[in-house]
Design a protein around this ligand. Structure first.
Ligand SMILES: *Cc1c(COP(=O)(O)O)cnc(C)c1O
Ligand code: SF4
Length: 431
């Protein structure tokens, strides 16, 4: 199949879209001026159920909805469009709004950027000791965009907000000097938007660099959901699979970090075939996703998805809490409710699905797991723990917040038992 993308400019060409009311199309237009919007013919023709698009999880995942902007932001853009304001002015207003949407949660721009001989390596993030994130410049877009994406600043053309690296020499040099790194995670956007020959250039450099400590090359990608033809009939699909095979044959492991939000994404013939092909290269596929209100906030959705994944040979890995960025107000569910959904889903599956960990807030101090709710000597509390920390010593130490049925993010939690700080806070503000 030939890839065809739809964006703000041409989405009215989508045949099925004309069944929607004009009002909804206008909403799409308004929101898409601020948050990135892109879908493609695979998502439109094979994933979305057009008999009831407005209630379809994949439609909500890819098509902007009015409430994804706060009312005042929506109104500001809507007025400009209706008055026929020119593009420059709309863009200026959109940029002003974007800066209010916390474009870099978890302090990504300030705190995780490594330095090599005094130079900041802006395309890398090294937050957890063992794992280095690499953002190749050609991989900073996706086959379609998720409306809940926390990497959205990568796509909106505001260069100051972007993280990316064009040369892999610095990457290699950094890996050489940091023998504690066992995992390289190539991420984006979606690195599999890149042609295989560019990916091969990166892999060749890694291979010739004698990096003895490096065990896993991870690729974070949503191509299995948004463009499975990347592994089937694209021109360089075979080369890509061959490249994966070579990694595994040379003694490292290619770990494919897939992103599935709903079991519907696993149902198409092409997605199933693509999974088989990736597994046939000796690679491992793990899956992770955020839990999103109106899209996948039901235990049944998660347990079905995990079971289906295990049946297909995919290992469930993380369930995330949506981050405090972009349209978080639209997708957020209270932490204690998310924990209940996770618990109920987890209780219904066998141990082979229970490789999944969650619910997890990927936040400034680290990856924080919500362990559950309990009452301790009359005080209702939420138990939490780090499964990754800026400081590795924080990991696996339980800590307790006061019960809060409304909190949607860690910053809204306060310590339980009359403590004035969580145990890691002093250390965090010093670091
Ligand atoms: C999640 C994450 C990783 C990977 O962590 P694992 O627990 O090893 O999967 C690495 N770096 C950052 C910044 C992350 O958020
Ligand atoms: S595929 Fe990932 S990076 Fe791309 S839009 Fe979706 S969440 Fe964001």
């Amino acid at each position: 199949m030939k890839y065809k993308a739809y964006t703000l400019e041409n989405f009215r060409e989508i045949r099925q879209i004309n069944q929607l009311e004009e009002e909804l199309l206008f909403d799409i237009e308004v929101v898409a001026h601020v948050l990135p919007f892109k879908v493609n013919n695979y998502v439109v023709d094979e994933l979305i159920d057009w008999s009831d698009p407005v209630n379809d999880p994949i439609f909500r995942m890819t098509f902007p909805q009015r409430d994804m902007l706060k009312p005042e932001h929506y109104a500001a853009i809507a007025v400009l469009i209706k008055s026929g304001a020119d593009r420059g002015i709309v863009r200026q207003e959109a940029n002003r709004i974007r800066l209010q949407l916390n474009p870099h949660p978890a302090k990504q721009l300030e705190k995780n950027i490594p330095v090599l001989e005094g130079v900041k390596l802006r395309g890398l993030q090294h937050k957890y000791r063992e794992t280095l994130l690499f953002f190749p410049i050609k991989g900073q877009t996706c086959h379609a965009y998720c409306t809940f994406c926390f990497r959205w600043p990568q796509f909106v053309g505001m260069n100051k907000l972007k993280i990316a690296m064009s040369r892999s020499e610095e990457l290699i040099e950094y890996l050489k000097r940091h023998s504690e790194i066992t995992d390289l995670l190539i991420t984006g956007g979606d690195p599999l938007i890149m042609k295989t020959r560019f990916i091969r250039m990166i892999f060749d450099k890694i291979n010739s660099a004698n990096l003895r400590n490096l065990i896993n090359i991870r690729i974070g990608s949503k191509a299995l959901s948004y463009w499975p033809y990347r592994f089937l009939e694209d021109d360089d699909a075979e080369d890509l699979l061959e490249l994966f095979r070579e990694v595994n044959q040379k003694g490292r492991r290619l770990a494919f970090m897939a992103h599935f939000n709903h079991q519907k994404e696993l149902n198409t013939k092409s997605a199933r075939e693509a999974v088989k092909r990736i597994l046939s290269t000796g690679s491992i596929i793990r899956s992770q996703a955020p839990i999103l209100r109106n899209i996948n906030d039901k235990p049944a959705i998660w347990q079905k998805m995990w079971k289906k994944q295990v049946r297909m040979g995919i290992i469930p890995y993380y369930m995330f809490v949506p981050r405090n960025t972009g349209a978080q107000h639209y997708f957020a569910t209270p932490l204690v409710k998310i924990w209940e959904i996770f618990k109920e889903a987890y209780q219904q599956v066998s141990g082979l699905c229970r490789t999944v960990r969650g619910p997890i807030m990927s936040a400034d101090p680290g990856k924080i797991q919500i362990l559950g709710v309990d009452q301790v000597k009359g005080e209702k509390v939420i138990a939490l723990q780090f499964i990754q920390g800026r400081n590795p010593d924080w990991v696996m130490r339980p800590f307790f917040a006061r019960y809060d049925e409304k909190a949607v993010w860690r910053t809204q939690l306060v310590p339980a038992f009359d403590r004035d700080k969580f145990f890691y806070e002093e250390d965090l503000s010093n670091g």
